[in-house]
Design a binder for this molecule. Sequence first.
Ligand code: ADP
Ligand code: MG
Length: 644
Amino acid sequence: MSSVIRLLPDHVANQIAAGEVVQRPASVVKELLENAVDAGATSIKLVVKDAGKTLIQVTDNGKGMNEVDARMCFERHATSKISLAEDLFQLQTKGFRGEALASIAAIAHVELKTKEHENQLGTHVIIEGSKVVSQEVAVVPDGTSFSVKNLFFNIPARRNFLKSDQVELRHVIDEFERVALAHNDIQFTFIHNGAELFNLPVSNIRQRIVNVFGGKTNEKLVPVQETTEIVEIYGFVAKPEFAKKSRGEQFFFVNDRFIKSGYLHHAVTAAFEGLLKDGTHPSYFLYLNLPPNSIDINIHPTKTEIKFDDEQALYAILRATIKHSLGQFNVAPVLDFQKDSDLDVPYSYEGTKSVEPTVAVDTFFNPFDSMKPGSSLAGQMGSGFNPFENVKPKMSSGGFSAGNSFQDKKQHKPGGWETLYEGISDAKEIILTSVNHQFDEEEITGSLFDDETSQTANYQQSYQFQKKYIISPIKSGMIIIDQRRAHQRILYEHYIKSFTVKQNSSQQLLFPLSLYYTVYEMELLRSIEQQLIQMGFLFEEISNEKIVILGIPVSVSESEVSIVLEDLLNDLQDGVPNDVDVMHDRIAKSLAQSLAVKTGTYLTDKEQENIVNSLFGCEDPQTSPFGKTTFITMKVEDIDKKFM
Ligand code: ADP
Ligand code: MG
């Protein structure tokens, strides 16, 4: 048999290698920006169209290339940055593999214009799918400009694999920010689809961070500094109260190179221990300088992961340094660890007036009179009963508290109570018999059957267990309701309903509300401006770093606006479609999530009743908006069996 092994042709090898280096437009942006930095540029301009799918252009005023290098740079393993293997341990440059340009040229239409400062004329090269189309002498400015068009034009599968422009732009901005934050001594401009997103003058690091993330960032930063034998640490962490729900603003730079390190990240979060609200992530911008020979950058093709010689020492130093900074700037002692967390007011509620939440129930109406088994409970609700009416939750500083409208109504017709309750329990039966949930025996204790419960003769009292569950007797046994999930369901349906009923209606704010966002977040907000307006938002201004809001949807209160927008932005970054219904759903979910009574909150009897009543007025009482079970049932027979 003849030999079958052949060397791959260069353009095929390049395409394969390209898969490793270039995953998406952002990869090209990273490589081109880093090359410009390596070329000693003091000014770099990035121009992008359609999130980089159509065009990525990087222009620098660096040292440029001569005619030969302008052609050579597209060859695989062509690099000016290292010549010996030992050089790998003394790296001062971003690049060294010499494969980025070869990879990019293999999968796109690339145009290079470059000129060395000392030369009169420069070079213009056009290369498409690894084939040089033309190379000419040309009159071009000092420095280098790469234009990369039609990325993946010859690999349709890859091109189709690209995400929406929003998502790809997020990646491009990420890469831009990483390079810009690592090189505050270089001026950067970034233009997307004709609009200038960033213009960053040469400045100190703090100012650079502020220029990248917006004017409000400055007050959030706590400086961090430490010099030891193995590492020099410099940078900033954001005060704990500015921790974000998304893990966006977390940066490590090692010797001016952005890196990812789960291990070092852990060191930072460990320093923040006890200072953060659940589900929030600290922002940090940390610059580490280490001797080049104590790290290995070579372990990952895109060079974002590196190995440290002495990881454990680094961990300990980093953690201690940040702890120290947080303490020194009076961030840590503010928190009182003995304090009852039940009494904590979420930040977003601070300074807002507390209004008692109420649930109004029309006691004349018995929604269950005509109830047929298996039919939707909400479908049976008459017009006199609106479970959502006045379900406008507000946290008072003592947590969730009930209003008195229930009592007010009760006075109209005292007998209403019993009727209602008979109904409720029948209705519960109807709903509950169709649900066959598992239950956890251990959660049920003898205290449930205490005297108080048995002596409350004429209506069925509920009982709060572990500040977490509401236990309520029903004819066939009892139900155990998860208070938080149930409340989420109630709020969710309330908001969904109010969005659809009162679509387009807007409430004017007394004073315009200004909110500050990063450039990328502003881009996202602009992209959904029409949908937001449709929902009832009214904007005076959407600039590059702030929005001024004049009106908001009637169903959202002013203090909730920032929560709603932040959650929406988080979702959009994950590529959630931006149509109105999906947005309603998201907003309703985020409000339900943020405003529902927390596990661990004590509920008064009335609050418990309100939750029970409202839950069973919901269209879908069995699950929370996040698909979690809201209640389980326990039949008398089952309890009886335990005693046999
Ligand atoms: P690497 O950066 O790993 O060396 P690249 O493929 O990114 O590999 O670039 C190949 C070579 O092209 C570089 O080593 C450098 O000599 C040259 N080069 C690339 N971009 C520029 C630029 N903007 N200015 C000057 N030279 C450049
Ligand atoms: Mg390079």
